[in-house]
Design a protein around this ligand. Structure first.
Ligand code: NAG
Ligand code: NAG
Ligand code: NAG
Ligand code: NAG
Ligand code: NAG
Length: 799
């Protein structure tokens, strides 16, 4: 601690002595003199301590950043705000620091005592508020670092005896539902402690999915139980959990906060901009956080806003402003009316974690239905249609629907039990559009408001909360607008994820042996094979046409892409932004691109692989397009951009690069320049029509047709980009349509001759039919990507 001497010197209120509780002494901080009565750290006053308004006429004694006054790092009395009148913080001569509400009730104190003549209260430059004895060694009587609320500052330890508790919402600082703590096994964990249920959800040893990183490797042996964020941006915990921010390595202003949505984020202050950006995130998948959406609702992951909660069909919100309260059924409970007839609504890719009433291995769908009907509390069941682990299809009955989430690529479906007579909306296509939020501003009950003031105060409260409501609404609207038109810098706030990191140029140069092995080109760059120092084989893309943007903008964009995590999207491992260099590091795909595989004469992709590639690609795209914002359009779907891993699972590559490259300017909802590749481009590009996610659906349709017929959409035709006449859907589409018109055995006519007779006619027909719908000229007639997934998938299950 090189600066420890200056820390102790620089205190504006170095000494507060208080002899008499009743004296209106200027030696205590009072809530009325908010501006003057603060403690500021020095010499560069990074932190301020004082009374912070948390509601109308409600204050908390807190510490915040002087240049970011709404970022509280510590609160003395988060669950007991004090009145705006006659509330004080006073330091008693006995050494006790006491917060008094309305000159009547003690709501908080340090509960310290000393025999020393004097005590000092100091706010250090690191944000620590310290109560010191005036002894030779200045012994610390109490310090705020020992009692964290939801934030850890650099080098502030989180110990076994303390924990972080999230705030209730973005605007309500009282204790919320999430807790970061060391459990009795010495492991650092995140827990949801809801009003009715609680569960630990991190680390996630028991969950298995391709979407998960590795949450194990924790040690239970070290019982020192301490974790901290260091100055350079690493989180180090005694259970061997380590975590680095993407900007690791420089001393910057940082904080670690357990946010109200249950995620732990490390924030970095951008120099000069006085705004916080997320430089690290413990849980990249917000929907796996328990309790994030209340009972009978489900969570979906929306890249820019993080997550969205929606009610299950046949249910409605308890409180549309507070998603955590969940939804209630629009029908009588099953046990109240056992005469109600049931039906089961299939919800593909849904899962509800925990609270299984029973587990039945090797049960068919019908057997599972019968199990559920026998139990009046049964609200539905999870059924994995495929045989997993040799147990046959599995059935889990649920009596509570909690921790629901939907994620593209999740295998298995949930079957919700609804009354046969109930009308419901299909959730797959009717999500809540940007509605609700968990940060509604509500009035704070003040039980001891003086009588005379009653009416006006009530009005003020009402007015304030109405204003708050309007504000929230405006905020949401602006938010949606911003993201629809311009995935703005604000998305920064949600960027970054575990494992994703920054590489240095020299590191990548070495990994690729001086960029010697070229494996591909396109998407604004050249791709090289490389081997990292940990022996991981990677693909390194060097961008040629880099937009004229600074490193922090680049970082913002890249970390959004890096955050997209789906088994059918190519994973981005990191990036490099150094001087004029901009590079992206991706996972390496053993089997190259779909294009290479289709044109290869030595090996033929068999039917099962082709079918799986069609399904996987659709899943990847559905994820990109998911939900209300149509956030990422790929705009260049073609066989070259569909890569195949060692199991021939497809991964869509080259998405989300539009803002990194000069040539692709996003201009409101239309792109100013034609993008895409001849043969795969939707007609909208040529006719200058609005560009929506349906352009990807079109290109996808062409790719599927190419895959099943073995004919290239570009072979033998000259299409000039702007020549609409000759575009004419390309010959491939016209040809397939003609075959279909001609007769019943049309699938046999169009199938790739290289497959011989080794294909499934039903599957072939489904794919061809869906593909033809995808390439409809009128964009509104084309199905959405998630609809495509459903169609292909439902067939897979029947067969
Ligand atoms: C924890 O980390 C230390 C040092 O990196 C290592 O020696 C030890 O084996 C790790 N313990 C476990 C249980 O992984
Ligand atoms: C336990 O963790 C602490 C803090 O991380 C570390 O200093 C100490 O060396 C660890 N002890 C063992 C036995 O690994
Ligand atoms: C269901 O039955 C219970 C107990 O008889 C009753 O308290 C409750 O109000 C009933 N609920 C509905 C929605 O009818
Ligand atoms: C599943 O059930 C079928 C028929 O009931 C039986 O033939 C099969 O052996 C069972 N499989 C397992 C893994 O128990
Ligand atoms: C904050 O949340 C708590 C707990 O839900 C609630 O009691 C309190 O009234 C809320 N305060 C404000 C200002 O909304």
């Amino acid at each position: 601690m090189a600066s420890s001497t200056t820390l102790c010197l620089g205190v504006l209120i170095p000494l507060i002595l208080f002899h008499n509780l009743h004296a209106s002494s200027s030696l205590s901080l009072s809530v009325e003199k908010l501006k003057e009565d603060v403690i500021v750290s020095s010499p560069k006053p990074t932190f301020t301590a004082g009374f912070y308004a948390v509601g109308h006429n409600a204050f908390c004694f807190a510490i915040w950043y002087t240049n970011s006054p709404n970022t509280l790092v510590w609160i003395a009395n988060r669950d007991h705000p004090v009145n705006g009148r006659r509330s004080t913080l006073s330091l008693h001569k006995s050494g006790n620091l006491v917060l008094t509400d309305a000159a009547q009730f003690q709501v908080w104190s340090t509960a310290t005592a000393t025999t020393s003549k004097q005590v000092h209260l100091r706010l250090h430059d690191n944000g620590n508020l310290v109560l010191l004895e005036d002894s030779s060694d200045n012994a610390v009587l109490w310090q705020s670092f020992d009692f964290p609320t939801d934030t850890l500052l650099p080098n502030q330890p989180l110990r076994g005896s303390t924990n972080l508790v999230s705030s209730r919402s973005g605007s309500n600082h009282s204790s919320g539902f999430y807790k970061l703590f060391f459990d009795f096994e010495n492991v650092l964990r995140l827990m949801y402690q809801g009003p009715r249920v609680s569960s630990v959800f991190w680390p996630y040893a028991w969950l298995q999915s391709n979407n998960f990183g590795n949450g194990n490797g924790r040690s239970t042996f070290n019982d020192s139980r301490v974790a901290l964020l260091d100055d350079l941006g690493a989180v180090l915990s005694s259970d061997n959990f380590t975590f680095r921010t993407i900007d690791y390595g420089t001393v910057l202003q940082r904080r670690l906060t357990l946010d109200h949505d249950g995620n732990v984020r490390v924030y970095t202050m951008i120099d000069g901009e006085e705004k916080w950006v997320v430089s690290g995130l413990f849980r990249p998948q917000p929907c796996f956080i328990h309790g994030i959406c209340g009972p009978n609702s489900y969570c979906t992951n929306v890249p820019t806003i993080g997550r969205k909660c929606s009610c299950l069909p046949g249910h409605r919100w308890v409180d549309g402003q507070d998603w955590t309260l969940g939804c209630i059924p629009n029908f009588e409970p099953w046990c109240n009316n056992t005469m109600q007839e049931s039906r089961f609504v299939g919800l593909p890719e849904f899962d509800f974690y925990g609270y299984d009433y029973g587990f039945y291995p090797n049960h068919t769908y019908e057997e599972c239905v019968n199990q559920c009907l026998r139990l009046c509390q049964c609200k539905g069941f999870q059924h994995s249609l495929s045989d997993q682990g040799g147990l046959g299809s599995q059935c889990y009955l649920k009596t509570q629907l909690l921790n629901g989430h939907r994620s593209a690529g999740f295998t298995g479906s949930f079957f919700l039990r609804l009354p046969l007579s109930l009308d419901y909306e299909n959730p797959i296509n009717n999500g809540l559009v940007c509605g609700g939020n968990s940060g509604g501003v509500k009035e704070l009950e003040r039980p001891y408001v003086e009588e005379k003031e009653n009416e006006s105060v009530r009005f003020m409260l009402w007015f304030a909360s109405a204003l708050g409501g309007i504000e929230v609404l405006c905020f949401l609207m602006v938010w949606c607008f911003l993201f629809r038109n311009n995935a703005d810098k604000q998305a920064y706030v949600l960027a970054a994820e575990t494992g994703f990191r920054k590489f240095s140029y020299s590191e990548l140069k070495q990994a690729s042996k001086g960029f010697s092995e070229e494996i591909g080109r396109g998407g604004g760059g050249t791709v090289y094979k490389g081997v990292l120092s940990d022996d991981r084989v990677v693909a390194i893309k060097r961008l040629h046409e880099v937009a004229n943007q600074g490193e922090s903008d680049f970082l913002a964009e890249v970390s959004i892409i890096g955050r997209l995590n789906h088994m059918n999207l190519i994973g981005m491992l990191g990036f490099c932004a150094e001087g004029k260099y901009r590079l992206l590091v991706y996972e390496y795909m053993e089997n190259g691109s779909l294009a290479q595989n289709l044109s290869s004469s030595s090996t033929v992709l068999d039917w099962t692989k082709r079918y799986n590639i069609a399904l996987g690609t659709a899943r990847g795209l559905a994820y990109l397009h998911e939900e209300c914002l149509e956030w990422i359009l790929h705009c260049d779907i073609k066989p070259q951009n569909i890569l195949l891993d060692s199991d021939y699972q497809p991964k869509v590559a080259d998405f989300g690069l539009s803002k990194l490259l000069n040539r692709n300017n996003l201009d409101n909802s239309t792109f100013s320049r034609i993008r895409g590749t001849r043969g795969y481009m939707a007609p909208e590009w040529l006719f200058n029509l609005p560009i929506t996610s349906k352009v990807d659906v079109y290109s996808y349709g062409i790719v599927v047709l190419e895959m099943i017929t073995g004919r290239s959409p570009t072979a033998g035709i000259q299409i000039t980009a702007l020549d609409a006449e000759s575009h004419n859907h390309g010959r491939l589409v016209t040809w397939v349509r003609e075959q279909r018109r001609k007769g019943s055995s049309w699938v046999d006519q169009i199938v790739d001759p290289a497959l011989g007779s080794n294909y499934d006619r039903n599957e072939m027909e489904i794919l061809a039919t869906v593909a033809l719908e995808c390439v409809e000229e009128e964009k509104d007639v084309r199905p959405s990507m998630s609809h495509v997934v459903e169609r292909i998938q439902s067939h897979e299950h029947n067969s």
